[in-house]
Design a protein around this ligand. Structure first.
Ligand SMILES: Cc1ncc(COP(=O)(O)O)c(C=O)c1O
Length: 443
């Protein structure tokens, strides 16, 4: 006992003395900055610039610094953040669960890391019609956070495929986990990630037979940014290929409630065989305006296993139990209210509002002469730019000429070059104003 203590103290002293503090001096010779002796995680150095949305903000602020009189005119069709207030029944769910905490009988502290039983059961029943079990639903603080937790389950040793373009979180978290090499400056692609081109030419669905195998495939439908919702046949193909190749599909269904087309699946588990190959991340963010409230879930079926036969569900449960302490009890009360009949009706009204915005944006862009995709089963309108036009250039042109903020397709991966994403989450009057300005400025 004494020996091991002495050893550990000695080793601390040894490692401390191996560290030579470094510092820089300012012009007056005073020490301005001192650096730690900790090596930076090299994976973070591989990441490009900032995350996309802060970069958009940076460019918008740079424009405003040069044109301060335009501050009141800026309109954002950029980040996919909801703008409409939380409807009454759902809000009452949040308020009443907050009030319960102020009573002796209603107070609750830590809950189950996997979420409240009532909420898990209601998700399985109301949103999946019983095709998944309550115990397969893990409640969380949102889909983005769950994607990182999924990465923690898989670790650094897996290979990954993404739709190109795609929601940047799949690639960035793969890089952070150490699954990738460096970015190739010529292709703007990370080594060791399989980019699956999705564009107007292939109906925004990858030519999966001719794409190399990867361990994990991230697939988002309805898609951010393209607005494409994969058909049943396309998803059947995807599940079949995953099964043949022994790949795991991480299906992101965060925009499922926007699907209005008959027969288009809202969940991967509507596809036969998906339980053996897929898990699904989902969220109340866009359902109910919970982007700031924070509530999501991930479904991991019992049948999904690693090559040694162990259940993915068990490892996901281990991550949730270790690195997460359950979603807020107030917020879960709001989630339960979302899934009451009144809540579901309110969600329908909200989604219809955003879909009407998407229709207006689509019509406006078409009237300018662009080819336009998405926007009918998704809150995103994906605009094809004339040949040779760069998406960051058109982003700047729209900002300068119309003070409308959009998102360049290239921000979602090299396959997004030549497209622009418009978000339908702005208030109606803003959307109408943006359409008018863009029609004038870009015609
Ligand atoms: C495809 C996709 N998945 C997940 C998320 C994040 O969802 P959450 O707010 O639940 O973290 C977003 C947010 O824009 C998204 O576009």
């Amino acid at each position: 006992m004494k020996l091991s203590c002495a050893f550990s103290i000695l080793s601390i002293v040894a490692s401390a003395s191996a560290f030579t503090p470094t510092s820089t001096s300012n012009t007056r010779g005073k020490t301005a900055l001192s650096m730690s002796g900790v090596t930076r995680n090299p994976n973070f150095a591989k990441l490009q610039g900032g995350y996309l949305f802060p970069e958009i903000g940076r460019r918008r602020n740079a424009y405003l610094e040069e044109n301060p009189d335009m501050a009141d005119r800026i309109i954002s069709l950029g980040i996919g953040d909801t703008t409409q207030p939380i409807p009454e029944h759902i809000l009452n769910g949040l308020v009443s669960s907050a009030k319960k905490l102020g009573t002796k009988e209603g107070y609750s502290g830590y809950g189950a890391e996997q979420g409240m039983g009532d909420l898990r059961a209601k998700i399985a029943d109301k949103l999946y019609g019983g095709i998944i079990k309550d115990s397969e639903v893990f409640i969380s603080d949102g889909a983005k956070c769950d994607i990182m937790r999924v990465q923690q389950v898989f670790g650094p040793g897996v290979t990954t495929a993404v739709q190109d373009p795609s929601y940047p979180v799949y690639v960035d978290t793969s890089v952070m986990m150490g699954q990738t090499g460096e970015i190739n400056p010529e292709t703007s692609q990370f080594d060791n990630i399989v980019y699956m081109p999705c564009n107007a030419e292939n109906d925004f669905f990858p030519d999966i037979d001719n794409i190399p195998r990867s361990d994990i495939i991230y697939f988002c439908s309805p898609n951010n940014p393209t607005g494409a919702a994969a058909t049943k046949e396309q998803l059947e193909k995807l599940v079949k290929v995953c099964k043949e190749r022994g790949s795991i599909l991480v299906f992101d269904a965060a925009y499922a409630p926007f699907i209005r087309s008959e027969g288009v699946p809202k969940s991967i588990f509507e596809i036969d065989g998906a339980r053996e190959v897929a898990m699904e991340c989902n969220s109340f963010s866009k359902y109910a305006g919970f982007t700031g409230v924070r509530l999501g879930w991930t479904v991991v079926p019992d049948e999904l296993t690693f090559s040694d036969g162990t259940k993915v569900r068990d490892d996901f449960n281990r991550v949730m139990s270790t690195a997460f302490n359950g979603a807020s009890n107030i917020v879960q009360g709001g989630g339960i209210a979302c899934l009451d009949d009144e809540g579901l009706a309110e969600i329908d009204v909200l989604i219809n509002y955003y879909l009407e915005n998407a229709k207006l944006l689509k019509e406006a862009m078409e009237s300018i002469g662009y080819s336009v995709y998405g926007g009918s089963d998704a809150p995103y309108v994906f605009v094809k730019l004339p040949d040779g036009k760069k998406s960051w250039d058109v982003f700047s042109e729209m900002l300068e000429k119309a003070q409308v903020v959009t998102i360049p397709g290239a921000g979602f991966g090299p396959g997004g070059e030549g497209y622009l994403r418009l978000s339908a989450f702005a208030p109606r009057e803003t959307v109408i104003e943006a359409c008018e300005r863009l029609k004038k400025a870009m015609a």
